[in-house]
Design a protein around this ligand. Structure first.
Ligand SMILES: O=C1O[C@H]([C@@H](O)CO)C(O)=C1O
Length: 579
């Protein structure tokens, strides 16, 4: 009898240890129920139709802790369009079907249908989510995803409070019109955005800062505070330090952000800690996220501007503005000095000097010192039968009717081009001049990566169709972070390898290529799934600027049938049922 009693006591102690441990290790499940639909909304003072979630634009912010499971039950309330949502920066380890890429990781969710996204947020950081079907991101389908450190863990820096801003750009033409324009012959370019938005709020036909522009006809905004386009004010207390989380989901614009009179210390990028460095203003490209620390150490009787301005393309869009309000000033008290002046849009040396300061925090994971396979990716603008496209090694990506994850897993032939896309481009290609032959072809082939091998990718920029034009392209990789080993000018050559940073390269999921330059990345193909790698400029992806990587697909566990119910995998499921 006594022994049994002992066993019970032991059992109780043991199970309480296990339960506590699982609380620490396993995290919580965070449930969300979302409905996606078009709504009337006024992001910049002009009412239009926007893609919202639960009647809200931008969509609700997800906040979780590292190790938690996010569970989003997403119902498509659109009348005639499918939808998917990509969780940008979340690697989807073990859940590649939840990556939210139509035609790649899953079938689009049909009107009226519900799909459950369930995945672990394994790493603290600043992230966001957005539509990944057609140009639904441009239509406003996005929101923030913030992952705090696990219970009991600490960030490697201190702050008294945090803010979160999601940056975007806004057009008055609909995303549907833009899709048609871009796919027309000749292509009709979408032009520059009408307005820049901070947390979905901007001012089109008035300026918060009109009082400072004496020679301008722009009127002062008459905002009472309740308007959908009223700026979100950041409230600070004197001498406190704040963490500002910033993510950019712009369709096109590269941005420069500044807080008037305040220095910022950059500490995080794409969910990875950085060696802290101080700046007056910072660049942020579409697909990137950062955290900066700033101290409210200026004259507390004033308020200050927070501004975002276009870089890398001749700006035709006014600055996006909001106000840093010192307690207890009134929010309507305009800052004493005019909004910060951004560096010239084409001062690329300025941008490069910022980019080169981004290094991993001491103690961060280091890259393998050698690679198994090097893939050179030449970025060109091309014409295919008179249609303007972007191509990678002369292949412009078109997505197949059957999502790759299912078709590769089940070995379905004819689902996509079986010809492997090229690892190289011609040695004598002159990246500084328009191509003598501007033709290229469409393709849906896949770079099959051997599981657990180290992959180097050299992104090579080139002259676009017009002479002396080469554009910025921020490249985003799904399913992974990569180390950014270096940036360089002109054409990459083998000897550039000597300058690679293997000591403290930053880990990121998005990296920019500068005009006429190259960027070198390294990652380990250790996450079973099919992963898009593409330019995060929405119209450029629409015009074919991306490639597909696949690794270890045979190891992928049971893909939910809801992700497979279209194309050849849909037929396969039907045949199985009817057998
Ligand atoms: O893809 C693009 O097309 C235009 C221009 O090259 C042709 O109009 C532009 O600026 C892009 O980024």
């Amino acid at each position: 009898m006594k022994d049994i009693y002992k066993v019970i006591v032991y059992f109780c102690i043991l199970s309480s240890i296990l339960v506590n441990k699982s609380l620490v290790l396993g995290g919580k499940v965070r449930h969300f129920k979302w409905e996606v639909g078009y709504i009337h909304w006024s992001p910049d003072g002009l009412e239009g139709v926007v893609l919202g979630i639960n009647g809200q634009f931008p969509g609700p912010t997800i906040r979780a802790r590292a190790g938690d499971t996010v569970h989003v039950e997403l119902t498509n309330h659109l009348h005639t369009e499918g939808v998917v949502i990509h969780w940008h920066g979340i690697r989807q380890i073990g859940t590649p079907w939840a990556d939210g890429t139509a035609a790649i990781s899953q079938c689009a969710i049909n009107p009226g249908e519900t799909f459950v996204y369930r995945f672990e947020v394994d790493k603290a950081g600043t992230y966001f989510y957005h539509g990944h079907y057609g140009m639904q991101r441009s239509a406003g389908l996005y929101g923030s995803l913030i992952v705090d450190v696990a219970e009991g863990e600490k960030e490697p820096f201190l702050y008294d409070g945090d803010f979160n801003i999601l940056l975007s750009d806004w057009w008055h033409s609909s995303s549907h019109e833009q899709e048609v324009d871009l796919s027309s012959k000749p292509m009709r370019w979408i032009g520059e955005p009408q307005t820049l938005l901070i947390n979905g709020r901007g001012q089109y036909n008035c300026s918060l800062a009109a009082a400072y522009f004496s020679n301008s006809s722009v009127s002062q905004c008459n905002i009472r505070g309740g308007e959908q386009y009223a700026p979100q004010i950041l409230h600070v207390h004197p001498n406190k330090t704040y963490r500002l989380r910033i993510a950019s989901t712009t369709a096109l614009a590269s941005l420069n952000l500044a807080i008037g009179n305040h220095k910022m210390v950059v500490v995080e990028a794409d969910g990875n800690y950085l060696q802290p460095f101080s700046v007056e203003n910072m660049d942020i490209y579409s697909g990137e996220s950062y955290s900066v620390l700033f101290t409210a150490d200026q004259n507390p009787s004033n308020n200050y501007w927070i501004s975002i301005s276009v870089r890398g393309r001749e700006p035709r869009t006014p600055q996006g503005l909001t106000i840093l309000k010192y307690h207890p000033n009134s929010a309507s008290k305009l800052p004493k000095s005019p909004p910060p002046v951004a560096p010239r849009w084409d001062d690329y040396n300025y941008s490069k000097s910022f980019t080169n300061k981004i290094l991993a925090l001491t103690g961060s994971p280091k890259p393998p010192t050698t690679y198994n396979r090097r893939i050179m990716l030449l970025n060109t603008q091309n014409l295919i039968d008179g249609y303007t496209k972007w191509a990678i090694n002369n292949v412009s990506l078109i997505l197949p009717a059957t999502p790759y994850l299912g078709s590769i897993k089940f070995g379905l032939s004819n689902a996509f081009d079986l010809k492997t896309p090229p690892d190289h481009f011609s040695h004598d290609y002159d990246v500084m001049r328009p191509a003598p032959n501007q033709n290229s072809s469409y393709g849906s082939g896949v770079y099959m990566l051997s599981f657990n091998t180290t992959i180097d990718v050299i992104l090579q920029n080139a002259n676009a169709l017009r002479e002396n034009v080469s554009e910025i392209h921020p490249w985003h990789l799904h399913g992974h972070d990569f180390w950014v080993l270096g940036y360089g000018e002109g054409k990459f050559s083998k000897k550039d390898e000597e300058k690679f940073n293997l000591k403290n390269p930053p880990l990121r999921n998005t990296a920019v290529i500068f005009p006429f330059g190259w960027t070198a990345l390294r990652f380990v193909a250790d996450n079973p799934g099919v992963w898009a790698f593409h330019c995060h400029i929405e119209p450029h992806l629409h015009m074919g600027m991306g490639v597909i990587f696949a690794e270890g697909v045979g190891r992928v566990k049971k893909i939910p049938t809801e992700a497979l119910g279209c194309g050849l995998t849909g037929k396969m499921l039907m045949n199985n049922v009817h057998k």
